[in-house]
Every structure is written in structure tokens, then in C-alpha cells.
Design a protein around this ligand. Structure first.
Ligand SMILES: [Cu+2]
Length: 270
């Protein structure tokens, strides 16, 4: 009797045996259809370990993609990526921006600078013309505030003031932080389309208006790629791609290629 029921729930046996020995009373005739929440989490992690920030609280009877659960909650997670290049056009890394309820999460890896602190800002123009990147203009500062540290009150820092990145002995900076002054995709402090700059020197967080961070070592344009929901579709990112490829498709012959390029650009995180 007991054995028979145990075989009936073999599929979810591991989680149930761990978490539910006392509750797997054979009196329950119908085996529970909904997996134990723990089982859902395990499956979720195994199924998609590429999305670390996946929502973890709507795992129900089937482990759907994060996209659908986001639709259900109505939460949009606008995302953008800045590919960083040095003045001699060597790739330095990549920085991802994700709008969350707490602010914009900035996550990335930049390399090939010396072991020290390096000023890190959003600059006002979305132009990264090497080698000096002066085309990016000054710090992104729509509020007209003084330069300061990123944890200053919002009226005592530029929207684009990210402070410094610390590079290690290998010349690498890996970082994740959340900034609640900037926004992504809407609002006065929207950084989408602006330039992200890493400097050769440390930002002293005081000197006006630049922080005395020295010349610009690297630059990347913060390219919005839609929301996490539709990052894998063409819908929302199409306008951005049009900007990206407008130089590259002056002829009809190039149009088809341009579209393919646009699709590749659309999902670099894949
Ligand atoms: Cu700067």
C-alpha cells in the first residue's frame, strides 16, 4: 500500500522525500499536482542558470520563462548595454543596465586599465569618437547640480556620477551596483542613448565639474535593447537598431544584410 503510493509520486520524489516525509501520508488519494516550492526552485535553477536575477516567487505548476511572469506582474525590466572601447578601438568590456524597482542596476566588467581607481560616469552625448572621446561632452547632468559622489543626495551629484571603479592587479574591474538617481527608458535622468566613460585617473568626487578624473580611457554608448520580456524579439529594439545601422545601409543591396546585423546586435547577451 504505502509502496504503491511512493512509486506514484516518484517523479517528484526527491523533493517530497526531503521536505515532505511527514506530509506524504498515503491517505491523500490524489497525488499533489503542484510541485513543492522547493522543487520548483531546483528546476528553475537547473533550467536557466543564465539569468541570475530571475524572479523566484511565481513558480507555480509549470516553470515558465521569466518573461511570462513579468507580464503577469506588469513589471517592465528595461535593459541596455554599453560596449566599452578604448581610444585605439580595442574592446575593453561590457556594462549592462537593468531598470528595477530599486533603481537601475549597473553590472559589468571592464579591463586593461592600471590597478587603481578610475572615474566612471555617464556623459551627456551618445557619441564615442576615438581617441579622446571628447564628443561625449561633459557629465550627464540634466538637473544642473554640482559634481559629487554617487551616494550624495540627488541634488548634490550629477545624474551621471558613478564615482570610481576599482581595477585589480590584473587590470580588471568587475562591479554591480544599483543607482536610484538614473532611470532607463523614461524620465529626465534616462541614461539610454548616453555615453558611458571610464577615465584614466581617479575621480576625487569634489573638483568641479569633472572630478579631475583625467583623460577618457574608454567609451561605450548605452544602447537600450527593450525590456527583458522582449529582448529576444524584434519589436521594441527596432528603432534603436535603425540608429545603429543607419550608416551601414545606404543601398538597397545592403538592406537585407543590415537587417541581419540588426538581429545580431539585438541580443548580444545570448
Ligand atoms: Cu567622465
Amino acid at each position: 500500500m504505502k509502496l504503491r503510493y511512493q512509486t506514484a509520486v516518484t517523479i517528484t520524489a526527491i523533493a517530497l522525500l526531503i521536505a515532505g516525509c511527514s506530509s506524504s501520508d498515503p491517505v491523500e488519494d490524489e497525488a499533489p499536482v503542484e510541485p513543492h516550492p522547493l522543487a520548483g526552485e531546483v528546476e528553475q535553477e537547473a533550467a536557466d542558470d543564465t539569468e541570475e536575477e530571475t524572479d523566484d516567487d511565481h513558480m507555480e505548476d509549470d516553470h515558465m520563462e521569466a518573461a511570462e511572469t513579468d507580464d503577469e506582474t506588469g513589471v517592465l525590466h528595461m535593459v541596455a548595454i554599453a560596449e566599452m572601447y578604448s581610444g585605439d578601438e580595442e574592446r575593453m568590456g561590457e556594462v549592462m543596465f537593468t531598470q528595477t524597482e530599486e533603481g537601475v542596476e549597473v553590472h559589468g566588467r571592464i579591463e586593461t586599465l592600471d590597478e587603481s581607481l578610475h572615474g566612471f560616469h555617464v556623459h551627456e552625448f551618445g557619441e564615442c569618437d576615438p581617441p579622446d572621446f571628447e564628443s561625449a561632452g561633459g557629465h550627464f547632468n540634466p538637473g544642473g547640480h554640482p559634481h559629487g559622489a554617487p551616494d550624495n543626495p540627488p541634488d548634490q551629484r550629477h545624474a551621471g556620477d558613478f564615482g570610481n571603479l576599482e581595477f585589480n592587479e590584473d587590470g580588471v574591474a568587475e562591479f554591480t551596483f544599483v543607482d536610484d538617481v538614473i532611470t532607463l527608458g523614461a524620465g529626465k535622468n534616462d541614461v539610454a542613448g548616453k555615453a558611458l566613460i571610464i577615465h584614466y585617473e581617479e575621480d576625487d568626487l569634489e573638483t568641479q565639474p569633472t572630478g579631475d578624473a583625467g583623460p577618457r580611457a574608454g567609451c561605450g554608448i548605452i544602447e537600450a535593447s527593450g525590456t527583458e520580456d522582449d529582448a529576444n524579439t524584434d519589436d521594441d529594439g527596432q528603432s534603436e537598431d535603425a540608429e545603429l545601422t543607419e550608416d551601414a545601409e545606404p543601398t538597397k543591396e545592403d538592406a537585407a544584410d543590415g537587417e541581419e546585423l540588426a538581429e545580431e546586435d539585438e541580443s548580444p547577451e545570448n
